[in-house]
Design a protein around this ligand. Structure first.
Ligand SMILES: [Mn+2]
Length: 330
């Protein structure tokens, strides 16, 4: 599904008419959320706009994305000034940014740029293409139509968005367009090795030890084809590892041959449990995550469970897997 040109024109007009803009990514932002947020922020700044960017609390250090340019535009959610225009990237619904209340309910316009198939079209203008590998891919291909100029710095941010959302160009969302776009970015000066070193080769020894612990305790439930692992607050404290450092931990679990679903449970400070899901089968984990209040894609999704115990969150997930498995079309 392509984005309608009338929507692109509307977005371009909103951008042209504004002086100040806020770019927001979803809570617990991944590489596409951070890369797309920074990429479009840099292009907007280049176009002479005053730009702020942020995402809902909790705000942790950007860790592996520290090396991206553009952090001078980042503001804490509490310090977001009044703006005329909000651009949301990688957010399937307004719920994903509800933590940023400062501007909600005000007389502002929202441009919604996303690639989630369950996007609710919450913006005044919606640039949504579920066929795109990443929001970064939409932004790269759409920059001209929005009246924005790509530069090497923005290209670097967008490359990170595509790289991480495609699992280093290996997930099923990797298309010939994805690879062509990435190739053009490298042509513009993006250094794949520099990105690799920063994004995938900068783990702490404590984090590697925590991974070893999680893998040692991982459980494979053959009847459901479910492999799962978990990290408690105590373990996070013990190894001094933050939530954002664990973004790729689930990839170790999904290396298992013959599994259908991988799940990683992380205890939150709020007494709830963050659950990441990956599917290697016909089972749509996006649907499971939506049933449990989250969102995502068919093969990768996440939600926050109200259960404060991991065994309870696991029982809840087992029920939904069985339910969705019985009723894949429903
Ligand atoms: Mn994305």
């Amino acid at each position: 599904m392509a984005i309608e040109s009338s929507e692109v024109e509307k977005a371009a007009a909103l951008i042209k008419d504004c002086k100040e803009v806020l770019v927001v990514a979803h809570e617990y932002p991944d590489g596409d959320a951070v890369g797309s947020m920074m990429g479009i922020s840099l292009m907007l700044e280049k176009a002479g706009k005053k730009v702020h960017c942020s995402w809902p609390e909790p705000i942790e250090s950007p860790g592996r994305y520290c090396f991206l340019p553009g952090w001078h535009m980042f503001v804490m959610p509490a310090e977001i000034p009044d703006v005329q225009l909000v651009i949301a990237v990688d957010c399937s619904s307004i719920e994903r940014i509800k933590g940023i209340k400062r501007w909600l309910g005000k007389d502002i316009k929202i441009i919604n740029i996303d690639h989630h198939p369950d996007n609710t079209f919450f913006g005044h203008v919606n640039l949504v293409n579920p066929g795109a590998s990443a929001v970064a891919e939409i932004l790269y291909l759409g920059a001209g139509g929005l009246g924005l100029d790509l530069g090497e710095e923005a290209a670097l941010c967008l490359y990170v968005g595509i790289l991480t959302d495609t699992g280093r160009f290996q997930f099923s969302n990797t298309s010939d367009t994805t690879l062509r776009v990435a190739s053009e970015m490298v042509g513009m000066g993006v250094d794949p090795n520099l990105v690799y070193q920063n994004v995938y080769q900068s783990d702490s020894l404590q984090y590697l030890r925590l991974c070893g612990h999680v893998l040692s305790n991982a459980v494979f439930e053959e009847d459901l084809g479910l492999i799962h692992g978990s990290v408690t607050r105590e373990e996070m404290k013990h190894w001094n590892v933050s939530m954002d450092e664990m973004e790729d931990l689930i990839d170790y679990l999904r290396a298992l041959k013959g599994h259908r679903i991988a799940a990683l449970f992380k205890e939150l400070e709020s007494g709830r449990t963050r659950v990441s899901l990956r599917s290697k089968s016909e089972l749509d984990v996006g649907k499971i995550a939506r049933l449990l209040g989250g969102g995502g894609h068919r093969a990768a999704a996440a939600y926050t469970s109200e259960k404060n115990r991991i065994d309870e969150a696991l029982a809840e997930l087992r029920r939904e897997i069985a339910e969705v498995g019985r009723n894949p079309g429903g």
